[in-house]
Design a protein around this ligand. Structure first.
Ligand code: SAM
Ligand code: SF4
Length: 334
């Protein structure tokens, strides 16, 4: 028997937000995210379209109201748009918001379709507006496609939020310009600290830039007033008087935001991670492939509620230290 009880963890946090990774593959190779020669999962390990759909319905039945599709790069998965259309039909019927996080390279192709399916907001990751730097950082010369994608998203009526990872010695000099550009386009902007997830070629410590430093620099040049805006997520927001836009800062390392956590993450292979910064995990693929998928899924979600930790324990402690967690952000989904 499946349950329709809301998802509440042992710390009485109500879980209403699912980040669902639809693929671990990606057409970029951002240096802080994955190695150049990334090993991707064999396709048979990844959930099928039907399984992703059933999984999402199982979550909606347990009170998940917001789903963010992510990856890897969600728009490189061939049947992704079918999933968006199928889930879009649940909007207003249990689901309140369907959104995605994308690197933007294929947005020009899909923006209108996404809007037609009911998506209203997208997060697009962009770390630099300098074509050469983009090519170096992502190991692909794709900035023109991303800019085209952003323009297409805007034209299709999608609200855009730009996500930028602040990187010492890489884009730190450009952050103010990038934020001002985003605000000029009527995009929200959010800055993120680099997190120690998965092996890469470089040492993340070398590029770790605490946002407290960035914030101090920005407030030297702009009038930033704390905003009451909250999304139930980890970002804290500032209104920037000079640009007329909103700036979010996500500081997993210098600040802890776990008390109000309302989210869980599922990888493309159906592994539920109760916390981005922990290894607590439940195998939903096994539940989906069992003789009683609905019942087993629901029971697995009850287990997830019991094992969700109080908080993450990220740290970029010292040069050369191993990543806090061996899995990459592209596995868990950002
Ligand atoms: N490919 C899509 C994209 O780039 O938007 C979605 C997946 S990506 C893993 C989601 C977000 O995670 C991106 O904004 C990316 O910059 C961020 N990210 C990846 N690795 C990270 C890390 N080690 N620390 C902090 N953010 C990271
Ligand atoms: Fe791909 Fe996103 Fe990771 Fe960049 S951050 S390599 S776009 S998954």
């Amino acid at each position: 028997m499946s349950s329709s009880a809301p998802l509440v963890d042992q710390f009485q946090r109500r879980i209403t937000y699912l980040r669902l990774s639809v693929t671990d593959r990606c057409d970029l190779r951002c240096a802080y995210c994955m190695p150049e020669r990334m090993t991707f999962l064999p396709r048979k390990e990844v959930l099928s379209l039907e399984e992703l759909h059933d999984l999402a319905l199982g979550f909606i039945a347990r009170g998940i109201t917001k789903i963010r599709l992510t990856g890897g790069e969600p728009l490189v998965r061939r049947d992704m748009i079918e999933l968006v259309h199928a889930l879009g039909r649940k909007l207003g019927n249990g689901l309140e918001e369907l959104t995605l996080t994308t690197n933007g390279t294929r947005l020009a192709e899909f923006a209108e379709d996404l809007f037609a399916a009911g998506v209203r907001r997208v997060n697009v990751s962009l770390d630099t507006l300098d074509r050469e730097k983009f090519a170096r950082l992502s190991r692909r010369d794709s900035l023109p496609q991303v800019l085209e994608g952003l323009a297409a998203a805007k034209a299709a009526g999608l609200k855009v939020k730009l996500n930028t990872v602040a990187l010492k010695g890489v884009n730190e000099d450009e952050i103010a310009d990038l934020v001002a550009w985003a605000h000029g386009q009527h995009f929200d902007a959010t800055l993120i600290e680099v997190m120690p997830l998965g092996e890469i070629e470089e040492d993340r410590f070398d590029h770790y830039l605490p946002l407290a430093v960035v914030q101090e620099r920005l407030s030297g040049q702009w009038t930033m007033t704390p905003s009451a805006h909250r999304t139930g997520g980890p970002a804290r927001y500032w209104d920037v008087v000079e640009t007329g836009g909103r700036l979010g800062l996500i500081t997993p390392l210098t600040n802890n935001f776990c008390e109000g956590c309302n989210r869980i993450r599922v990888t493309a292979t159906g592994q539920l991670y109760a916390c981005l910064g922990g290894n607590e995990r439940v195998d939903l693929r096994a539940a989906l492939r069992s003789g009683d998928p609905e019942g087993e899924l629901s029971r697995a979600l009850d287990v997830a509620m019991r094992i969700k930790p109080a908080r993450h324990n990220f740290a970029i402690e010292k040069p050369g230290a191993a990543p806090a967690l061996s899995r990459h952000m592209s596995t868990t989904g950002g």
